[in-house]
Design a binder for this molecule. Structure first.
Ligand SMILES: NC(=O)c1ccc[n+]([C@@H]2O[C@H](COP(=O)([O-])OP(=O)(O)OC[C@H]3O[C@@H](n4cnc5c(N)ncnc54)[C@H](O)[C@@H]3O)[C@@H](O)[C@H]2O)c1
Length: 323
């Protein structure tokens, strides 16, 4: 028996259920029903501040973009997928907020610089940067958790990816997307913050950064780099009024990990069952549960002396040894 927080159109409610007896579409708000009105856990005053959210068309970061807008920020939603960015900015505008949705590739300086100019022209200078674009790639992922002697005998053509088969380009893709994809937007958007002497940056790390998960060495290493960079940048920017922190989400069911966590029929995979059993709170997180920590971190009133931290939002996963 688990306590599961279930989304309903009107409100969140807690139900005691057998985990497997509820459809996955109810486990996370984001699965079936994007774009419900944002309900904030509390309000912080971001009136007039310009927030840039990379990966803002994605599942977790769209909720962050909406929350920042609901607190008065003017939000630039940046994503490789322009249509996804526009959907989010349109929704924010329909809710009475101010937002623009722009195509931007966090790995290309030209694209980022063009986006920065557009943000500056349409909204003003960036004051809050959320480095949310990131993800994994199958080519940086092994098939099995443990290498066995039998794996080494696997015949050519068999669909088994061992450590020895990892593709350098796949690994590089994951490193670049998560690490460079955090560093480059920061170079572009934090210059104005440094010049004006005020700004805050929130990077998105992961549980993998504390202790690597099996199968995904590239993603684990890349997110460890994001956490490390968060500390480095916090120190480096501390004399020009910029605070730098990171959120480390635990397990949230999203497009990025859906194939790893659910079967075709929607039931949990063995890996997902393992995750839930290793999460003391006994469930996946809901994207909305990142909002409280995010608003606290970006608020100078709330977190004015907080910089260089990586905050787990994980239902206790990181604290639990499994015994
Ligand atoms: N979902 C989880 O459980 C979880 C856990 C820990 C950390 N994270 C991290 O949270 C962040 C958001 O993940 P999500 O689960 O919402 O995934 P998501 O795939 O829904 O969102 C990622 C977004 O980034 C965009 N993107 C990809 N490459 C890009 C590029 N080169 N330039 C610009 N945009 C690009 C994608 O189009 C997508 O909209 C990621 O950094 C992810 O690694 C997710």
């Amino acid at each position: 028996m688990f306590i599961v927080r279930v989304a309903s159109p009107e409100h969140w409610e807690y139900r005691k259920v057998m985990l497997h007896s509820i459809p996955l579409s109810e486990l996370n708000h984001e699965v079936g029903d994007f774009f419900q009105p944002m309900k904030l856990p509390f309000q912080v005053d971001l009136q007039g501040q310009v927030a840039v959210v990379t990966g803002g068309g994605g599942i977790l970061c769209r909720v962050m973009a909406e929350a920042l807008a609901a607190c008065g920020a003017k939000v630039a939603v940046l994503d490789l997928r322009e249509d996804a960015a526009r959907q989010v900015s349109d929704h924010i505008c329909r809710q009475g907020g101010e937002a623009v949705g722009l195509a931007a590739n966090v790995l290309e300086m030209d694209s980022l610089e063009a986006a920065e100019q557009e943000v500056r022209r349409r909204l003003g200078q960036c004051r809050i940067l959320i480095n949310g674009a990131g993800g994994n790639h199958p080519k940086g992922t092994t098939s099995n958790e443990f290498l066995t002697a039998a794996d080494l005998q696997a015949s050519a053509g068999q669909e088994l990816i061992t450590f020895f088969d990892l593709d350098a380009e796949g690994v590089q893709f994951v490193f670049n997307l998560n690490f460079l994809g955090t560093l480059l937007p920061t170079q572009v958007f934090a210059r104005g913050m440094a010049e004006s002497g005020a700004g805050t940056i929130v990077n998105i790390s992961s549980m993998n950064a504390f202790c690597p998960l099996t199968k995904i060495p590239a993603y684990s290493g890349a997110k460890a780099a994001v956490s490390n960079f968060t500390q480095w940048l916090a120190v480096h920017m501390s004399r020009v009024g910029i605070r730098v922190n990171a959120l480390a989400p635990g397990f949230f069911l999203t497009e990025q990990n859906r194939a790893l966590l659910t079967n075709d029929d929607g039931s949990l995979t063995a890996r997902a069952e393992k995750i839930v059993s290793q999460t003391p709170m006994g469930r996946f997180g809901a994207a909305e549960e990142l909002v409280g920590p995010l608003l606290w971190l970006v608020s100078d009133q709330g977190a004015g002396f907080v910089t260089g931290t990586v905050i787990p939002v994980d239902g206790g996963f990181n604290a639990y040894s499994g015994v």
